[in-house]
Design a protein around this ligand. Structure first.
Ligand code: MN
Length: 344
């Protein structure tokens, strides 16, 4: 049998950095992605497993939840769901009959020789456990960080029972672990909602005949973070080319949402025009530049060059200021002397 494992869809979450136009475009795309997910499931999978945080909070716009449940209903086969920390208070009512919430009252569903358990107590599992079956467990929480409020001790499950696969939700990027005979996998979120969840997003295919699992990238729009070291680059054109090279190295596409982080050192002679760069790169759906580069001024060299406003200004700052404040004043002063638009 084949199952589709997903989690952390967070329907209803928004990225407030985006313009309202782009927010509604993304929302429409997410609705379409949900329909596409269930179309894919209809072709290839016996059931869909959703390991929590399906909705971002307890009240999401009605259009979003009705679109989701309509897709579930059209799919027709079982959609198994366990609650996450974001949607545990969501009011699940008027549900399609194939949307199954697994909990203490309804702890498992069988598909032939495969039994899929929800996040229930080991005692509850014990009552129906059959080790001759292929057992799968769904959990939502943090299995690594003991101090987290969402910590789950997986030992209580995988030490006592032989779960071939533990489908996890909570961590938004794909990762896999092995413990005893169990493989435990975070599918990651189905699509991202911010730069804290960058890279490819998708779902995991569980094949219980072959005992194989495979990650499938699925989201079309990605959040991508690219670092660009601008040390020793003086001209604006070279800086822009370095950024473009970095974007292509990271295989960024025009449909992506991109954060460029400028790192390294620049000097008073560097031509770093952030706004012009952003305009030049406006072919991307969304692009921001976070400037973490630091100003490096060779004051000894400047002392030899006293016949300029710039040198006089920098030496004056050097004598009177220190630390991060000094750096900021130098940077703003240089930009102002050059006639740049300065932003404070
Ligand atoms: Mn989540």
């Amino acid at each position: 049998m084949k199952f589709l494992h997903t989690a952390d869809i967070h329907l209803g979450a928004k990225n407030i950095k985006l313009s309202l136009d782009k927010q509604s475009q993304i929302r429409a795309e997410q609705n379409a992605l949900i329909s596409r997910l269930f179309d894919k499931a209809e072709e290839d999978y016996d059931a869909v497993l959703i390991c929590g945080d399906l909705f971002h909070n307890k009240s999401v716009p009605a259009g979003i939840s009705s679109n989701f449940f309509r897709a579930v209903e059209e799919f027709g086969r079982p959609v198994l769901y366990i609650k996450g920390n974001h949607d545990e208070k969501f009011d699940f009512k008027n549900l399609p009959s194939n949307f199954v919430i697994l909990d203490e009252d309804n702890p498992f569903v069988s598909f032939g020789d495969t039994v899929i358990y929800g996040q229930v107590s080991p005692e509850t599992i014990y009552k129906s456990y059959d080790k001759t079956k292929t057992n799968i467990l769904m959990l939502h929480g943090d299995i690594q960080n003991r101090t987290s409020g969402d910590f789950i001790d997986v030992h209580q499950y995988v030490d006592k029972f032989d779960f071939k696969y533990v489908a996890l939700g909570h961590v938004h990027s794909y990762s896999e672990f092995k413990l005893n005979k169990s493989v435990m996998v975070y599918s990651g979120s189905l699509f991202s909602n911010g730069f804290d969840e960058s890279g490819d997003k998708g779902f995991v295919e569980i094949d219980t005949d072959e005992l194989k699992f495979t990650f499938h990238p699925f989201a079309t729009r990605r959040y991508m973070i690219c670092s660009c070291d601008i040390t020793d680059i003086l001209s604006y054109k070279d800086m822009l080319n370095k950024i473009k090279a970095e974007l292509s190295k990271n295989a960024c596409k025009e449909s992506d949402l991109i954060r460029i982080i400028l790192t390294g050192y620049y000097t008073e002679e560097s031509n770093k025009y952030i706004n012009a760069m952003k305009t030049e790169l406006s072919n991307y759906f969304y692009l921001e530049i976070v400037d973490q580069s630091k100003l490096k001024i060779d004051f000894d060299k400047i002392k030899e060059d006293t016949l300029s406003f710039k040198a006089e200004f920098l030496l004056l700052v050097e004598q009177n200021e220190s630390g991060a404040f000094k750096e900021k004043i130098c940077q703003l002063g240089i930009e102002a002397l050059r006639g740049d638009d300065i932003s404070i």
